[in-house]
Design a protein around this ligand. Structure first.
Ligand SMILES: NC(=O)c1ccc[n+]([C@@H]2O[C@H](COP(=O)([O-])OP(=O)(O)OC[C@H]3O[C@@H](n4cnc5c(N)ncnc54)[C@H](O)[C@@H]3O)[C@@H](O)[C@H]2O)c1
Length: 316
């Protein structure tokens, strides 16, 4: 049985991974910035913290870099401080973990296996979270670079790209009426990912079954990223032509609506505020901040609902 260090292990995918590996007899070192019970406190962006921790808990056979944060802010409004905060956890934290883990493997002349958690946004950009998208693309390329350098030491490094997975990180968003249906509609296999879907891929990548696999970012996405990059039904030209949207915007509290303008010829999604309200529009249906605010001010409660020309709700 092996010794596995898992970060971001207090919640969501990381917590499910702890349960899965522990249940199969492995020794799991449980790490999170929010420490309680058996969880060891580490901020994954803390370089010295990594060095001290790995010295304390070595030897290690495997590492799962699962700690992550997501912020939703449009590119024009992201501050350098917010950008740094996301990159520090998601990308620098992953790098520091890979480096500290690999150093202890090399020092002890032991092989090792790493699973980093990226995201499908590493392949398919979405609006409203440029720092998150960039950080996850960085994790994917870091994984490839590390795999090449570490292969000579018998260390494999792979990543997993989950589609929206039902965890606390996503639940804030699922609270918005219609979000679940909308997200699900983009997944060919017809459901959101569950934590066990992601953990199963993790088990494979860390196992001997994946002995000849390194440097990959494995989508666990129900087919969403295949084959067009976004996988949305709306990519079909016929659908695009008929997509004349009507926005019904209702507000019952002060909304902080960011500017958003549809520039592509495919339907686009914009995040507007901290409650993650979004709308879908086409190139023919451009909206600017003033117009969105004007519409919102005339409506009675909090929601943005988008219908197609037949009255079917296509986003809420
Ligand atoms: N849930 C999804 O839909 C989804 C989709 C794609 C990728 N992911 C990625 O999966 C990973 C796990 O996400 P989740 O959905 O389980 O989220 P989650 O919010 O449930 O768990 C994230 C954990 O990371 C910890 N963490 C945050 N900052 C940290 C830091 N500086 N140091 C140590 N720990 C820190 C948090 O305390 C938390 O326990 C993340 O990297 C996330 O980006 C999630």
């Amino acid at each position: 049985m092996s010794r596995i260090l898992i970060t971001g292990a207090a919640s969501g995918i990381g917590a499910a991974a702890v349960e899965s590996f522990t249940g199969r007899g492995h020794t799991v070192i449980v790490i999170d910035v929010n420490a309680h019970g058996e969880i060891i406190a580490l901020d994954v962006g803390d370089e010295q913290g990594w060095a001290d921790l790995v010295q304390d808990v070595a030897p290690l056979d495997s590492l799962v870099n699962c700690a992550g944060v997501r912020r939703r802010t449009l590119l024009l409004e992201v501050s350098a401080a917010e950008w740094d905060a996301v990159l520090r956890v998601n990308l620098t934290g992953t790098f520091l973990g890979v480096q500290a883990f690999a150093r202890q493997c090399v020092d002890r002349k032991r092989p090792g296996a790493i699973a980093n958690i990226a995201s499908t946004t590493a392949f398919a950009a979405v609006e409203g979270q440029p720092h998150y998208v960039a950080s996850k693309a960085g994790v994917s390329m870091l994984t490839r670079a590390a795999a090449r350098e570490l292969a000579i030491h018998g260390i494999r490094d792979n990543a997993i790209a989950p589609e929206p997975t039902e965890t606390p990180m996503l639940n804030q968003r699922l609270d918005i009426p219609g979000q679940r249906e909308w997200l699900t509609s983009m997944v060919p296999l017809g459901r959101l990912a569950q934590v066990e879907d992601i953990v199963a891929a993790m088990r494979y990548l860390l196992s001997e079954d994946a002995a000849f696999v390194t440097g990959v970012t494995l989508p666990v996405d129900g087919g969403r990223c295949s084959p067009s990059g976004r996988g949305d039904d709306a990519d079909q030209p016929t659908h695009k032509e008929s997509l004349i949207v009507t926005l019904h915007i209702r507000v019952d509290h002060e909304l902080c609506i960011s500017s958003g303008k549809c520039v592509g010829d495919e339907p686009e999604v914009f995040a507007f505020d901290d409650n993650e309200l979004a709308y879908v529009a086409t190139a023919e249906h451009q909206m600017d901040r003033a117009r969105v605010l004007r519409v919102a001010q005339n409506c009675p409660s909090q929601a943005i609902i988008v219908h197609d020309e037949h009255g079917d709700v296509i986003a809420v």
